[in-house]
Design a protein around this ligand. Structure first.
Ligand SMILES: Nc1ncnc2c1ncn2[C@@H]1O[C@H](COP(=O)(O)OP(=O)(O)OP(=O)(O)O)[C@@H](O)[C@H]1O
Length: 288
């Protein structure tokens, strides 16, 4: 995909988003949220793919999930906003606590989990025929959020600035989202996710379909976003994990056993002084 995309102008991420910052229902500034997975196990049918995985994703931090293919990183990520349960054969045990409240508790709705915990996928998926403007606010209708026309305009600008896209699209907000380059489309998807003011943003290999320039732009964008939202990213790119994250979790599924976290901790420690030989081998590219 990256080789066929139009060339992308390198934008500067605007550090001063316009429009209102996220607030709680009472108008207080939204607090950054901690997400804690406690003893998460997952199955597809009888196939257990994760075994009692626990991880605390710090409020306002960027946590990178790393590990070889098939060890359960994406499955784990999908448990964090209840996407795992969309697969008919899927089962799950354990808890996911958003600021201490289990998103799987019987009184919690699936739509609440999606509202508070947004997701950006590997392949950019804007609504191609919808305008850039409509793409950004597409989630408002889905989540039943009401906003005045002027609030919507402020939100559109704010989210496009947050996603580092405003300067490139401000003069063509009515153009279709599908006409943007791959990197721009991914930033449009980030803007769309941010418009519903999530407390956590999950990113599943968000740069794997992008060229290096677009990748660096998204990485800069992530650092800006982390001031407002807790980020969890799955990445195969060790340099990316080292560049963007402040915390890493190394997943491994040895010899057909379910995936577990072998080691987790501050990114600098994981890369410079890992405690487990397997982590050391993986981050230095000796396998995976
Ligand atoms: N929809 C599904 N149905 C059945 N099995 C699945 C499904 N999705 C994933 N799996 C299996 O679950 C295990 C973990 O897969 P997962 O995609 O979570 O790993 P991953 O670490 O994210 O891999 P990759 O890095 O290649 O994306 C694998 O054995 C995979 O085959």
């Amino acid at each position: 995909m990256s080789t066929t995309q139009p060339t992308e102008v390198i934008p500067r991420v605007d550090p001063a988003p316009a429009g209102p910052a996220p607030t709680t229902a009472s108008g207080e500034p939204a607090r950054l949220a901690e997400l804690r997975a406690h003893e998460i196990s997952c199955w597809f049918g009888d196939h257990m793919v994760l075994d009692r995985v626990s991880l605390t994703m710090r409020a306002g931090g960027i946590t990178a999930l790393i590990g070889p293919s098939g060890c359960g990183k994406s499955t784990f990520l999908r448990t964090l906003n209840r996407m795992h349960e969309l697969v008919p054969s899927a089962k799950l045990a354990g808890e996911v606590l958003l600021d201490g409240e289990d998103i799987y508790a019987p009184d919690k709705k699936l739509t609440d989990a999606r509202r508070h915990i947004g997701m950006v996928f590997q392949k950019p998926n804007p609504f191609p025929a919808m305008s850039i403007r409509e793409n950004v606010i597409a989630g408002l209708k889905l989540t039943g959020t009401k906003a005045s026309r002027s609030d919507k305009e402020a939100l559109i600008e704010r989210c496009l600035r947050l996603a580092g896209l405003w300067n490139e699209v401000k003069d063509r907000l009515e153009a279709p989202g599908g006409g943007l380059s791959g990197g721009q489309q991914q930033r449009l998807c980030i803007a769309r996710s941010m418009a519903i003011q999530p407390r956590v943003l999950l990113m599943d290999e968000p740069c794997s379909a992008l060229d290096p320039t677009s990748t660096r732009v998204i990485e800069e964008t992530m650092k800006e976003l982390a001031q407002e939202v807790t980020i969890v990213i799955v990445t195969h790119n060790m340099q990316q994990a080292a560049r963007v994250s402040d915390q890493c979790a190394f997943f491994l599924a040895a010899h057909g056993t379910p995936g577990v976290i072998v080691e987790h901790g501050d990114t600098s420690a994981m890369f410079q002084n890992p405690q487990d030989q397997r982590t050391s081998d993986y981050v230095q590219g000796r396998f995976g």
